[in-house]
Design a protein around this ligand. Structure first.
Ligand SMILES: *Cc1c(COP(=O)(O)O)cnc(C)c1O
Length: 361
């Protein structure tokens, strides 16, 4: 039983001590370079405000968000922090940014013109992603148009989780060309995986997100980070399914033996992607029942998932027994890989129907 959550079908425990330890590990690794924190998308699904407070308490002073609404929330939580907006200056937002002392990462000449002298701002250069950001060739006109010195120049890797990707060196070179045109302005290039590149392109500030929340920044290697999100669901019913019977919508999974099937109360409405289904052709992601790895079987429903608990210890299977979906043993990267997605999407999709418990911090 999930003792302190009687009646809840699933409990999401957010370990803020692990979040702090993850930030500390990265900050120590890059010191004396500044380690900022990206808390966009509701702090990668774990909650923007608790994440911001815990990171601030650990010593983080610079934060990045995407949306205006996130910037306003971050400012309300951290009156003293430096907060950058990765969306840049969205049309018409200058007065709101200024009112909340939020700094846009300006990524277009139109944004620079609209911002005028509304306050401190970063310049964001695109070195290969072809999304937001100024062209490196615009550095001269951008600096002239902004008038005041930008407080940061930044760019973003396309493929830093792949150390051998040719984009990494190409982007570093393109960014170095921008840096040659600027003097005495802090620079930032690294997301989580960028921090682990052998060339250490840390510059003056790194901007991790994913790794802080327990994602593996080195997917080719063991995960140096601690799990932050721990998701446990409760068995609502256990049934025996005879060999040859199917489970779930559209009969996509057939029992190859007489099976004990545990039904738990999480579904795609809770952020478990439909790609996490187990079919006759493809094993679904494993979850933990006691010490046993057991696969998801059949379609993921809106509210329910079936698990083949046949190989679990009998004493661990029964109404009210816990099933670990995410935690120290099932990482977000592993779960995502078997669900046909990436851990970023698992984290940012964490559902709103869970009983949420914050620990540490
Ligand atoms: C989201 C984001 C980050 C953080 O990336 P992670 O891979 O989650 O560490 C850093 N910089 C920019 C521009 C981003 O959009």
């Amino acid at each position: 039983m999930i003792a302190e959550a009687a009646g809840a079908t699933a409990e999401l425990v957010i370990d803020l001590s692990a979040l702090r330890a993850n930030w500390r590990l990265l900050a120590d690794k890059v010191a004396p370079v500044e380690c900022a924190a990206v808390i966009k998308a509701d702090g990668y699904g774990i909650g923007l405000e608790p994440a911001a407070r815990a990171l601030w308490a650990e010593g983080c002073r610079t934060f990045f968000v995407a949306r205006l609404s996130e910037g306003v929330r971050a400012r309300a939580t951290l009156p003293q922090a430096t907060i950058y907006m990765l969306d840049g200056l969205t049309p018409g937002a200058a007065a709101t940014l200024k009112a909340h002392a939020l700094r846009p990462a300006l990524g277009a000449m139109e944004e620079i013109a609209e911002w005028g002298d509304a306050g401190p701002a970063a310049l964001h250069f695109d070195t290969g992603m072809n999304r937001l950001g100024l062209a490196p060739s615009e550095v001269g006109v951008a600096l002239a148009a902004l008038g005041a010195k930008p407080t940061l120049v930044m760019s973003h890797f396309t493929s830093s989780e792949f150390p051998d990707a040719t984009d990494n060196a190409r982007q570093e070179a393109a960014f170095a060309a921008v840096e040659k045109e600027i003097r005495d302005i802090p620079a930032s290039l690294c997301n989580s995986s960028g921090i682990f590149l052998a060339s250490h392109p840390w510059r003056d500030m790194v901007r991790p997100g994913y790794a802080l929340y327990g994602g593996n920044p080195t997917p080719h290697d063991t995960n140096p980070m601690r799990a932050v999100a721990h998701l446990t669901a409760t068995m609502l019913k256990v049934r025996t399914v005879p060999r040859g019977d199917c489970v779930g919508y559209n009969r996509t999974w057939t029992a190859r033996r007489d099976s004990r099937i545990a039904i738990v109360g999480v579904g795609y409405a809770d952020g478990v992607p439909r790609g996490a289904m187990g079919t006759d052709d493809k094993r679904g992601p494993d979850v933990m029942i006691g010490d046993a790895r057991c696969p998801i079987v059949g379609r993921v429903s809106m509210d329910l998932i079936a698990i083949d608990a046949t190989d679990a210890r009998a004493g661990d299977v029964g109404r009210g027994a816990p099933v670990e979906f995410l935690g120290a043993r099932i990482g977000v990267d592993e779960f995502a890989a078997h669900a046909g997605t990436i851990g970023y999407e698992i984290l940012t999709g964490l559902g709103r129907r869970y009983r949420r418990v914050y620990r540490g911090g």
